[in-house]
Design a protein around this ligand. Structure first.
Ligand code: SF4
Length: 373
């Protein structure tokens, strides 16, 4: 974690102000600059946050968006072993589950009936699931809610299907797109640096593979989100490198709709047992959101604060540090709850109230950031 980062990069406040002025003037921040911003302490954190807030206002104004959606975690059975995860279960675990077709239909119907515009579908890497199972899932959703946007399957799941079937990424994505897939969550990115992945998710897809799958999706016209998991063992230069990788992809493809910083919640995870007992500090969360805003600027104009990870009050604080979106209503959330998260859904009125209380203008959006209000 950054607090353990021994070779701290000291930065004079005057140098910091010059760096931020350059960023606000449109200069691209190099990895070394980003590392410096992620290394500031004390009152300098507020200076970075203020600059990010200024850039947010200039780029996207005072509107804060949200999407009415439903999470659908169709199985928690997973062959993975990510050390930050408390959601996965083995095939024979007493609380392992696979949603039945009837349960999926009911959940999608409920989402449709409350006016959700999106279902967000993710699950464990089930050892018996192949391409046809994923296609069937898409067909069921389409049948129940023909108009709903299907935001589904992380790059880790796409890789899983490729391995199960012996198929290329582009072949799998084309099949899924033809079956109704509209966009993909850019989860499973964690930190796109091998040292960190070796410590927190050694068996997960490599950084190279994540990039390959995301680039292929974008080439095929499937937009994705971009994420980062922060607060585990990463150091500032590694987080900076992650942001640079995302920025490069976006410059080439334009396929990212938003960037979502995800705070690590350690409870009940393997990493807790190795000594990480606390989620990242508020100060670090503010800095990560602010630096993301400064790095991505107009390239990725939407920075999402996750109320699932930070709680509603924490997420609303991120709105002062460059964020302009609060994500979805979800209706149910299982992945973070497994690690000790307490909120599993937010009603539309709760989200709107939170936004208004933060002095901003709430607007419902589509998955792809079309304004619906
Ligand atoms: S994060 Fe996903 S892939 Fe990793 S163990 Fe958990 S469910 Fe499996």
């Amino acid at each position: 974690m950054w607090t353990e980062y021994q070779t701290r990069l000291d930065i004079e406040t005057s140098e910091l102000r010059a760096l931020l002025s350059a960023a606000l003037a449109g200069d691209e921040l190099e990895v070394q600059d980003i590392t410096r911003l992620l290394s500031v302490r004390g009152s300098d954190v507020s200076i970075v946050i203020r600059a990010a807030d200024e850039l947010r206002e200039r780029l996207v104004g005072n509107i804060v968006t949200y999407v009415k959606n439903r999470n659908l975690n169709f199985t928690n059975i997973c062959t993975g072993s990510c050390r930050f995860c408390a959601f996965r279960r083995s095939l024979d675990a007493p609380d392992a589950y696979v949603l039945s077709e009837a349960q999926i239909r009911t959940k999608v119907r409920e989402a449709r009936d409350v006016g959700a515009t999106e279902v967000c579908v993710q699950g464990g890497l089930h050892p018996d699931f192949g391409l046809q199972d994923y296609i069937k899932l898409l067909h069921i959703i389409r049948e129940v809610a023909p108009q709903i946007h299907i935001h589904a399957f992380s790059p880790a799941e796409i890789d899983h299907i490729c391995k199960q079937e012996g198929m290329e990424v582009s072949e799998v994505l084309t099949e899924l797109r033809n079956a109704g897939l509209d966009s993909m969550p850019g989860t499973a990115a964690e930190i796109l640096v091998d040292r960190v992945r070796a410590l927190i998710c050694p068996e997960k897809i490599s950084a190279k593979r994540w990039i390959e799958i995301i680039r292929t999706a974008h080439e095929l016209g499937i937009p994705t989100t971009a994420t980062v998991l922060y607060g585990t063992v990463e150091r500032p230069p590694e987080l900076a490198q992650h942001l640079q990788i995302i920025r490069r992809i976006q410059r080439d493809t334009g396929g990212f709709t938003e960037f979502v910083p995800l705070a690590f919640i350690p409870f009940r995870t393997h990493l807790f047992a190795t000594g990480i007992h606390h989620p990242p500090s508020l100060s670090y969360s503010l800095l990560v959101h602010a630096v993301a805003r400064l790095v991505f600027a107009e390239l990725i104009p939407n920075i999402q604060a996750s109320w699932v990870k930070l709680g509603p009050d924490g997420a609303s604080l991120m709105l002062r540090a460059g964020a302009n979106d609060l994500g979805g209503t979800l209706m149910e959330e299982h992945i973070t709850r497994a690690t000790g998260g307490t909120r599993t859904s937010m009603s539309e009125s709760q989200l709107r109230h939170l936004i208004v209380r933060s002095g901003r203008i709430p607007k419902q959006r589509t998955t792809l950031y079309g304004i619906l209000d």
